[in-house]
Design a protein around this ligand. Structure first.
Ligand SMILES: *Cc1c(COP(=O)(O)O)cnc(C)c1O
Length: 334
């Protein structure tokens, strides 16, 4: 069986590095959306809680229900709203407000430039009024940066715009609600964070997505993906391997199939530029639904121990490589 190991020590190392950078671990809200970036929702929630993290951020109510007991507060980014003392819901549009049950704890997300979710900068007054009319309990004000990981000034004008909104919301009488805007890259990049929490995803899992000179905080990947051998054969020079027969053996080779494929969320990629594992084994021929071929007869192979390196090979980002990994793959803490 293909399987995943999660390295507890590296996870705690990353959280410790982040806590040092931002000043305290109490400020870390761990982002566990999408099966904890493919690492395993319950498993990562338990580890984070044992480290002392008090808050989680998830995609929807169903994720929140699975981990709620472990945290003091869970921020739910979208989807169905079911009132709970512990859960807070991001308001993604003005239209959301009238559909949320009375008394629900909400956090107003303001669109300061990303133009994805959140109410417009010029809708803030109306949103506050509506929140009053529908008797929602406003507990937070938040925004999300569109380019925190790019070394441009983008982060700074968006941040300044958010500062203006914060001021305006305080002036409207909401002086004790919490305010937050930083994801991993913004948290690692800004000199100081004067906000109540930071929403930490990818960096907790071991990836600093910033370039020089902001990549000095070294983090350690925590997920390793293994595949197990299914069968082995000798392929003679000139014989072809896999769908389409695109791979022609240049010599007699001992080739095994391993139990990982695109059905497990492994990227099928382009077989003319095959993925190469950290141990230097290139995938032979096309990736099948449940199988890949490698020139090896080892029973277990490390397919990936660094999603950032893998993502460069696939010309995508670490987030996509990780979140794609099927929930069906067994995950174990080491
Ligand atoms: C996913 C997400 C984050 C975490 O981003 P990272 O880059 O993984 O740290 C933070 N805030 C919001 C609103 C998100 O959707």
């Amino acid at each position: 069986m293909a399987f995943i190991t999660i390295n507890r020590e590296n996870f705690y190392y990353n959280l410790h590095q982040i806590a040092q950078k931002i000043g305290s671990k109490e400020k870390i809200a761990i982002v566990l959306k999408d099966n904890a970036y493919g690492h395993g929702l319950e498993l990562m929630a338990k580890l984070a809680s044992e480290f002392g993290i008090k808050e989680a951020v998830v995609r929807n109510y169903s994720e929140a229900m699975r981990i709620g007991l472990l945290f003091e507060r869970v921020l739910i980014l979208s989807g169905e709203v079911i009132e709970s003392d512990k859960f807070t819901y991001a308001i993604n549009s003005l239209d959301d407000i009238s559909h949320i049950p009375k008394g629900t704890k909400v956090e107003l997300k303001v669109d300061t430039g990303m133009h994805r979710n959140g109410i417009g900068v010029d809708e803030v007054d109306e949103a506050l009024e509506q929140i009053g009319v529908y008797r929602l309990e406003l507990v937070g004000l938040m925004t999300h940066y569109r380019s925190a990981d790019e070394l441009t000034s983008e982060l700074f004008w968006q941040k300044r715009r958010f500062e203006e909104i914060k001021q305006r919301v305080r002036e409207r009488g909401y002086s004790d609600i919490r305010m937050h805007s930083c994801n991993s890259s913004a948290s690692l990049r800004l000199d100081s964070i004067d906000e109540d929490i930071v929403r930490i995803g990818i960096s907790a899992y071991g990836y600093n997505e910033l370039s020089y000179p902001f990549d000095t905080i070294r983090l350690k990947p925590i997920l390793t993906l293994y595949a197990s051998r299914v069968s082995t054969r000798v392929v003679k020079r000139g014989e072809r391997v896999g769908y389409g027969g695109g791979f022609v053996a240049p010599k007699d080779m001992t080739i095994s199939t391993y139990d990982l494929g695109y059905g497990d969320g492994w990227c099928r990629g382009d077989s003319s530029r095959p993925y190469t594992t950290s141990e230097g084994l290139s995938i032979i021929g096309r990736v099948s639904m449940d199988l890949i071929s490698l020139e090896s007869s080892d029973d277990t192979i490390v397919i990936m121990d660094n999603a950032q390196e893998a993502s460069r090979q696939f010309r995508t980002i670490s987030y996509e490589v990780l979140t794609a990994l099927s929930v069906e793959i067994g995950r174990e803490v080491i």
